[in-house]
Design a protein around this ligand. Structure first.
Ligand SMILES: NC(=O)c1ccc[n+]([C@@H]2O[C@H](COP(=O)([O-])OP(=O)(O)OC[C@H]3O[C@@H](n4cnc5c(N)ncnc54)[C@H](OP(=O)(O)O)[C@@H]3O)[C@@H](O)[C@H]2O)c1
Length: 332
């Protein structure tokens, strides 16, 4: 018997990330259609609709989340708007795939998760890296080295001075929010437990009005039992474009170059039991794997690993970094 159920999606905003995270995977993943879009400026929504074959343009976000013709919403709005519009969509009976980081802070994240439970809807954080087969290979390697004894990780990218979304405190911007959330999640994933102590130092933006936005952040997560993670993120003009994860264990060590988006090139170098190996893990785009998982979660009830308690724990760690560094928790 064939499965003819299809997940009908609507999207909030004509966001840049939708090109990779939504339009491409919807075109390549089975059992999902993108049927509606709303943007603050209707002409931008119409332009995206025309380019990507979206049949319905509606006037505003409120109308989109309330639409009868959709089952789920993709929320790629600035982080400060994740909480409001994710909860609005859940309360309107929609499943939600919400961009990372999940919320402005842990309290917002907890309210979103509670709203998902109350509405009995699927709510997933779009931490796309976690859906590529490379993520499971990392888990295997952690076992192969005898468990982690040290973690080092970074994600740094130069971000344009005029990038409002990443450089505005009121939109919950900051290097840690936009980029650093990945090393935070990689470290928690590898450790398999939550940090017991967090210290962070941050270089704030020097532009007047942006002093609460971190542009270069170093973190030390103590997971107890001698396991420490040293993490770095930066969005300064001279920041190298790189992401990596290095893990040491009693039986070996491994380094992953580009755990973030392996489809754009990656390498796993391991030294275990005297054998050094370089490998690549087969897969398609992280966004394709993520969309497949979201569709399966809604249509088949297959659980997704991102969202829920994991999303709250990531935000709790991020909040602790801002507090340690003397900058305000976002959204407060
Ligand atoms: N998964 C990934 O690889 C990845 C990569 C980049 C970003 N992201 C995440 O995706 C989200 C959006 O990032 P993006 O780069 O796509 O951002 P963006 O295109 O600059 O903005 C996204 C949308 O937010 C709305 N918006 C922009 N500026 C706003 C403002 N000043 N006030 C209110 N709304 C505003 C706009 O909606 P309208 O179109 O309705 O005007 C815009 O389309 C963020 O959560 C980010 O962390 C994820």
């Amino acid at each position: 018997m064939t499965d003819d159920r299809v997940l009908r999606l609507g999207v909030l905003g004509a966001a840049n990330i939708s090109t990779n995270a939504l339009y491409a995977p919807v075109a390549s993943v089975d059992r999902v259609e993108l049927v509606a879009i709303a943007a603050r400026d209707r002409s931008r929504a119409e332009a995206h609709a025309a380019e990507h074959g979206i049949e319905m343009v509606v006037d505003d976000y409120e109308t989109l989340v309330g639409l009868d013709g959709i089952d789920a919403v993709f929320n790629p709005l600035p982080i400060s708007l994740h909480h409001r519009w994710t909860i609005a969509a859940l309360e309107a009976g929609k499943h939600v795939l919400c961009e990372k980081p999940f919320a402005s802070n842990a309290d917002e994240a907890a309210e979103m998760v509670a709203a998902g439970h109350a509405a009995d809807r699927v709510l997933v954080e779009a931490f796309h890296w976690r859906y590529h087969p490379l993520a499971d290979r990392i888990t295997e390697l952690v076992d192969a080295i005898g468990g982690p004894t040290a973690i080092r990780s970074a994600f740094t990218v130069p971000i344009r001075e005029d990038d409002e979304v990443r450089r505005t405190y009121e939109l919950s911007g900051g290097a840690l929010m936009d980029l650093g959330c990945y090393p935070v999640q990689w470290a928690r994933h590898v450790a398999g437990r939550e940090p017991v102590d967090i210290e962070a130092t941050m270089v704030p933006d020097t532009t007047p009005g942006r002093e609460r936005v971190d542009v270069d952040t170093r973190m030390r997560f103590d997971f107890g039992d001698g396991l420490v993670a040293e993490l770095h993120t930066a969005m300064t003009a001279d920041a190298p474009r790189e992401s990596y994860l290095e893990v040491d264990g009693p039986d070996g060590t491994f380094r992953v170059v580009n755990p973030l988006a392996p489809q754009f090139g990656h390498e796993v170098i391991s030294a275990i039991g005297g054998e050094t190996r370089s490998e690549q893990v087969a897969g398609v785009t992280t966004y394709h794997h993520q969309m497949e998982a979201f569709v399966a979660a809604v249509l088949d009830g297959t659980p997704c690993p991102t969202g829920g308690e994991d999303a709250i724990a990531t935000m709790r760690a991020i909040d602790a970094c801002y507090t340690s560094a003397g900058l305000p928790i976002r959204g407060l």
